[in-house]
Design a protein around this ligand. Structure first.
Ligand SMILES: NC(=O)c1ccc[n+]([C@@H]2O[C@H](COP(=O)([O-])OP(=O)(O)OC[C@H]3O[C@@H](n4cnc5c(N)ncnc54)[C@H](O)[C@@H]3O)[C@@H](O)[C@H]2O)c1
Length: 401
């Protein structure tokens, strides 16, 4: 069976690597640089080994392409393209639309189309299917299913094989074929009654994390005002063996999922006249954390950062990945610069970002730790500046949340 995977980023390349063991995979991406790199056997995604890619390439089971015509004769298509927010923080299905165009214009026979991109309930039925039909000259009738992706890049204990996967087709035949596809490389498949349930479950999973992170971020501020340790209090609460799940405070949330997916849920809720006040407020609390962190740093430094050199340690949105999408470090840096600080950042995993490069971990007046990668030593952080503010809870000896 020939499979086309539209989008070769975190999700699409991860699926390609697993699917390559069983199927001929065509990785379609409109970024030529990524495609060339992949065809030379080099992975750009943590968790996808270049050796695996090379193995599939030399076995003739993997090829990346920017040419839509290469997917003409596939049997199955997976959509794994970005679903970001627009400038005015509304769901932006522009990438999905472009993927539908590629499929509609090129796929020459009826196939199964599975969407793995995260979006609001109704996207498969009311958006993807009509869009592909609109772009298909021959009005080919495909099968459609959703199977939201749950991959957590950088994580080694859960992967495609042992992470349970939800799925649902628009028709029983689509569901059956979707199950047959994923069962080759996923141990636990759970069918739900409609694509809308699967789409909503994905959004709710990340909204659950978003509101709990907001709650603990608010609590960190309460604990500080009470003069108690937020971490000790959370550890104490966590001794309860049921009904409690520990989340930890931070400078805010980042990545493609937690700052974005809840807004997709809120947008569709409001469109249907349902309130999403809690979700909206959680988003604000998380966004405001960067300002709170900088306020604390200012308060500890005689009320002014003007002219002081501030090193932000860790700009990736989470440890051990190079992903800077929606990173809280961006807002922290913005607030520091607004207060007159001379800001540089250290993150050798990210390397370069926003036209700037990772600075040495030394010689600053102030260091603010936003993300701590495992290979960055606590001692080096503490030695990098006379005053260190830690937002991660992983730098004992520093000031912090
Ligand atoms: N990254 C995660 O941890 C994660 C987890 C679960 C779900 N998701 C969801 O999966 C989807 C993809 O996210 P990602 O993290 O893989 O994104 P990504 O940015 O890592 O990769 C997307 C890829 O799609 C390519 N692309 C964009 N438009 C295209 C088009 N029209 N045709 C072909 N390729 C195109 C880009 O060049 C890029 O390589 C999103 O909906 C996201 O919310 C992501």
């Amino acid at each position: 069976m020939k499979v086309a995977i539209i989008g070769q980023g975190y999700v699409g390349l991860t699926i390609s690597a697993f699917a390559g063991e069983h199927f001929d995979v065509i990785g379609f991406d409109n970024n030529k640089r990524i495609v060339d790199q992949l065809n030379s056997g080099k992975s750009h995604i943590e968790g996808v080994e270049s050796s695996v890619l090379k193995q599939w390439i030399s076995a003739g089971r993997y090829q990346a392409t920017t040419d839509g015509r290469d997917i003409a004769n596939v049997d199955l298509v997976v959509i794994a393209v970005p679903t970001p927010l627009s400038k005015d923080r509304k769901p932006d299905l522009g990438f999905i639309d472009a993927a539908c165009k590629t499929i509609g214009e090129n796929v020459s026979k009826p196939v199964l189309v599975i969407n793995e991109s995260t979006s609001f309930p109704g996207t498969l039925r009311n958006y993807i299917k009509p869009a592909i039909e609109k772009y298909s000259k021959d009005k080919i009738e495909h099968l459609y299913a959703i199977s939201p992706e749950r991959v957590d890049p950088g994580r080694s204990d859960f992967n495609q094989k042992n992470t349970p996967r939800l799925y649902s087709g628009l028709t029983p035949e689509a569901s059956e074929k979707t199950r047959a596809f994923y069962s080759k490389f996923c141990d636990n498949l759970i069918e739900v009654s409609s694509p809308e349930v699967a789409e909503s479950a994905k959004l709710f999973e990340n909204t659950f994390r978003q509101v709990n992170i907001a709650l603990v971020n608010e609590f960190a501020q309460i604990a500080h005002s009470l003069g108690i340790s937020v971490y000790e209090t959370l550890d104490a609460a966590n001794t309860k063996p049921y009904g409690f799940m520990k989340f930890t405070p931070s400078a805010g949330v980042g990545g493609h999922c937690i700052p974005v997916d809840p807004t997709y849920l809120a947008a569709v809720a409001e469109e249907h006249g349902a309130p999403a006040t809690f979700i909206r407020r959680a988003n604000e609390v998380n966004l405001e954390m960067s300002k709170y962190v900088v306020d604390r740093v200012v308060a500890d430094n005689d009320g002014s950062l003007a002219g002081k050199s501030v090193l932000v340690v860790g700009v990736a949105y989470k440890p051990n990945v190079a992903d800077v999408r929606e990173t809280a470090a961006e807002l922290v840096i913005e607030h520091l610069r607004q207060r007159g600080a001379v800001v540089s950042w250290h993150d050798d995993v990210v390397g370069s970002w926003n036209g700037e490069s990772s600075a040495p971990l030394s010689g600053a007046d102030i260091a603010v730790v936003v993300t701590k990668h495992d290979d960055v030593k606590v001692r080096e952080i503490l030695d990098s500046a006379p005053y260190v503010f830690d937002t991660t809870g992983k730098v004992p000896g520093a000031k912090g949340l």
